[in-house]
Design a protein around this ligand. Structure first.
Ligand code: B12
Length: 234
């Protein structure tokens, strides 16, 4: 018998995924397809090192490169599930629509917590054990009979305030996230966007929301960087 989870995982990883998981969307969204597949790719170490004084050109380039990789990964995953006889919809950059106050119908971070990939940090980013928040995300939805991971419903940030102290927009209130808590109860997206666009205009002369200082400040990101430094060169 075909192991759908295993085959899907192999396809996602062969296209470049570094983390992947499946979660139930029952509690999450007005989605007609009941399951979500979350994928993450990490930011390269040299990009993270550039963030405290950035944004720099290498972050700008990585942003587009990683988005293209994520689009390929979720398109390949959805294609595999469709060929296997199920419905599947990839949330590629072209398919996702923003509405209202910087919102999307099914945020990638929602799918990621449902799939057990990580939790929402005080900076409102998804924090993973492996890479901290130094990941970009994508997702797909499906009705394939995949087995689901245990969702993560609580923050694991504890008393840490590193991201808040690093935020040039003072967008981080310091409250701990738990499932059901809306973004705007602990994070100010307008303040974040304004500060990030100002920095990107000064440093890159680009009209784009790029900052990432909260990413570099996170102890989980620092642990990932230390691991990279101590790994023997391949
Ligand atoms: C709009 C947007 C913004 C806005 C608003 C940010 C925000 N947090 O909403 C602005 C312009 C400010 C912004 C800025 C940045 N962004 Co942005 N942004 C998005 C976008 C396009 C949509 C997010 C959205 O729908 N927000 C609506 C709110 C309600 O959802 P949310 O904050 O995403 O997450 C909430 C839900 O997931 C909920 N939740 C979690 N689990 C569950 C479970 C259930 C059952 C329920 C009901 C809810 C729920 O909890 C979260 C907090 O409330 C996503 C891409 C995408 N399609 O998801 C990228 C995305 C969130 N951005 C990203 C990044 C990296 C950034 C920046 C660092 C910019 C940069 N590249 O330098 C900054 C940092 C912002 C920050 N600290 O959060 C990454 C985050 C990666 C990560 N590790 O989390 C994403 C996922 C893009 C990507 N493809 O990787 N962004």
């Amino acid at each position: 018998m075909i192991d759908l989870n295993k085959e899907l995982r192999e396809i996602l990883f062969s296209e470049g995924a570094e983390l992947a998981g499946v979660g139930s969307l029952a509690a999450a969204a007005p989605e007609e397809l009941p399951l979500g597949v979350s994928v993450a790719v990490s930011l390269p170490a040299e990009v993270i090192a550039s963030l405290p004084n950035g944004p720099a050109g290498i972050y700008y380039d990585a942003y587009f490169e990683l988005n293209r990789r994520l689009d390929r990964i979720v398109a390949a995953g959805a294609d595999y599930l469709t060929r296997s006889g199920y419905r599947a919809r990839s949330q590629t950059t072209a398919a996702v629509r923003e509405f209202g106050n910087y919102r999307t119908a099914l945020p990638h971070k929602t799918v990621a917590t449902r799939a057990g990939i990580g939790w929402i940090g005080k900076c409102a980013l998804l924090v993973t054990e492996q890479f901290g928040p130094a990941v970009r995300l994508s997702s797909l939805t499906t009705d394939a009979p995949l087995s689901c991971a245990e969702p993560i419903d609580e923050s694991r940030c504890g008393s840490c305030t590193a991201c808040g102290r690093a935020c040039p927009g003072h967008a981080v209130s310091g409250r701990l996230w738990h499932v059901g808590m809306d973004r705007d109860e602990f994070f100010d997206p307008l303040a974040c966007r304004k500060a990030a666009r100002k920095l990107a205009a000064e440093k890159l002369h680009q009209e784009i929301t790029l900052c990432g200082r909260c990413i570099a400040a996170c102890p989980y990101t620092k642990r990932y960087l230390n691991r990279m430094r101590n790994e023997p060169a391949r």
